[in-house]
Design a protein around this ligand. Structure first.
Ligand SMILES: Cc1cc2nc3c(=O)[nH]c(=O)nc-3n(C[C@H](O)[C@H](O)[C@H](O)COP(=O)(O)O)c2cc1C
Length: 277
């Protein structure tokens, strides 16, 4: 192996106390991607399963892969069905997603249990879930056994989304896809940004390390600012003052009800629609 432009590949790791994970837990480091509600149908019985292990595989032909644990009822159904749909939920469906992940189609009809509204797909028979923001219809073209999961490869037949989904300027986070962070925690992407562009003719390694320094400085400033704001808010809540939850959430990029960064138990919180104590 040759030396990289940023130093020897054999130099010390960035922190001395790096946490080592068992390889079986390494995939938890890759969490944070969007959630999909996979709908399918077999012998007239529809089923729906939340998943986060799915990935684009090819643009031409358009292929997507979904990884389903071998023991799941869905594995049987998808093994027989020739199709599935990926329904991309938004934040408003987070409780449904979590609930659906606790139910099995082997025991009950999940559509009856949740009363989720559906509409007809364009190219397949599986139902599409109305409250989602994007829908991808697939025909199963391959099933690969990979360890304790099956990878079902879907050839994409149709793709639709809400008109304002793909927009950099839309500040309405409620329309954005729901992401799963693992351990029953969810999020949505917030402000997009573009990295600074390096001109290859100007010693890129110097330019990149300067930019890295700048970015680190900016991150440090942002963290300090956030901590200062949280401290002030905690004082407000302690004093029993009314605090506007929505304003804080958008300002700090937090989901306060789900987070543990701020003790909200002592004051009055205003969430835009109602007051909570
Ligand atoms: C957010 C979320 C993501 C999940 N991701 C996957 C996944 O990628 N693959 C999988 O096999 N199960 C995944 N699960 C678990 C299944 O959704 C769950 O076991 C479901 O109840 C199985 O339904 P079934 O018995 O009808 O197949 C996930 C669950 C949740 C809540």
């Amino acid at each position: 192996m040759t030396d990289s432009v940023f130093g020897s590949p054999f130099s010390a790791p960035p922190e001395e106390d790096l946490r080592q994970l068992p390889v079986s837990e390494a995939n938890s480091l890759l969490m944070g991607g969007p959630v999909a509600l996979v709908t399918t149908i077999w012998r007239g019985e529809p089923n729906v399963i939340p998943i986060s292990w799915f990935t684009p595989l090819s643009s031409d032909p358009a292929l997507v892969g979904i990884a389903i644990e071998q023991s799941r009822y869905s594995t049987d159904i998808l093994g027989h069905a020739s199709e599935f749909a990926l329904n991309i939920p938004t934040r408003s469906l987070a409780s449904h997603v979590e609930y659906l992940g606790s139910l099995s189609g082997a025991d009950l009809n999940k559509f009856e249990a949740t009363q989720l509204e559906t509409f007809a797909a364009r190219r397949i028979s599986s139902p599409l879930i109305s409250l989602c923001c994007a829908w991808i219809e697939c025909e199963i073209v391959e099933r690969l056994e990979l360890g304790d999961h099956y990878l079902f490869v879907g050839s994409i037949l149709s793709a639709q989304c809400k008109p304002n989904l793909i927009s950099d300027h839309d500040e309405d986070y409620s329309l954005r896809p729901l992401h799963y962070l693992g351990a029953q925690k969810y999020s949505v992407l917030q402000k997009p940004f573009e990295p600074q562009i390096v001109n290859p003719s100007e010693a890129p390694e110097d330019a990149l390390s300067e930019m890295l320094e700048e970015q680190l400085e900016l991150s440090r400033e942002a963290i300090e600012k956030k901590e200062e704001r949280l401290g002030k808010l905690e004082d407000e809540v302690e004093r029993g003052n009314v605090v506007d939850l929505r304003e804080i959430e958008s300002e700090l990029g937090l989901t306060l009800e789900a987070g543990d960064e701020l003790d909200l138990s002592k004051g009055i919180l205003f969430d835009g629609d109602s007051e909570k104590e």
